[in-house]
Design a protein around this ligand. Sequence first.
Ligand code: 3HC
Length: 306
Amino acid sequence: VLALHRHLSSDAKDVKTVTVFGAGLMGAGIAQVGAQAGYKVVLSDVTDKALDNGLNIISKSLARVAKKASPDDIEGYTKNVLANITVTTDAEKAVADSDLVVEAIIESIKIKRDLFGFLDKKAKPSAIFASNTSSLSITEIADATSKERQANFAGLHFFNPVPAMKLVEIIRTDATSQSTYEALREVTIKMGKKPVTCKDTPGFIVNRLLVPYMLEAIRLVERGEATPEDVDTAMELGAGYPMGPFKLLDFVGLDTTSYISDGWHKNSGETGLPPTLVETPELLAKLVSEGRLGRKNGKGFYDYSK
Ligand code: 3HC
């Protein structure tokens, strides 16, 4: 019995295979840092086109990483990392052997809950489930799974660009077990990241501070107090931020930011967030409605088309 117990508990903590759902910018980045750390990674999305796009993102980033990580054998390093990654559109197959599932799909509570509810029945009981959501409640997502799984469920929030940003927020719900939390800490450290711990509250740490800051920068410009260029210069040279708030807004995506603020504003009654703090500024809504989404489509607060 003791041997069995030891086997089970070490099994629960020992992550070897990581499955990432969503082959967008975040999911591709998470798959890449997992593969770089030596995990067997399965990257899954709904179409082959999405998977190709994800592999393309990984190849480009890996070229930058390999130059630094292994200057004498760039080709060998790249080959080894890519050999750790397999792709599939079959969600059931993707989790069959998984020890850790990281979800980085579209920011919709319903779609995330549907995915996890399905995976709960297909994955090993010991598999840890984690969501990379930046603005939704981990508890609400985890609630789509069984009681047992909820102990193995947490938030695992990476930052864009994942291969370059050192931080990962680990979000513990009231149900997250200590062994799940510790396993996730170990995984993030093995990925070369620095984990911080946070309760399941809107925006966790970084976005809870960063989103209101970016919204206030927009309001400052709306009030005619300074130009976006001068606000960016001010925060870069006066506060040491690598990018000022408008460059960062364009980088994160104006649609993404307004989606977060709209959601938080709507739920502010329940969560206790001050509604005026998270109200979407008119200028932001206007730019989004004009299709100016940021760097990803060439135009946001700045023009990247040239
Ligand atoms: N893949 C691999 N490496 C990358 C990379 C990528 N996609 N992007 C940048 N890097 C590496 C570069 O190789 C370089 O490494 P080196 O200095 O060792 O050669 C280093 O990062 C710096 O890159 P660059 O020289 O190209 O450019 P910068 O010095 O301007 O840095 C930046 C780029 C890291 C993006 C920096 O501008 C930055 O930190 N910006 C702020 C980013 C940020 O705040 N992200 C969080 C957004 S919020 C979020 O993600 C939460 C979400 O939920 C909304």
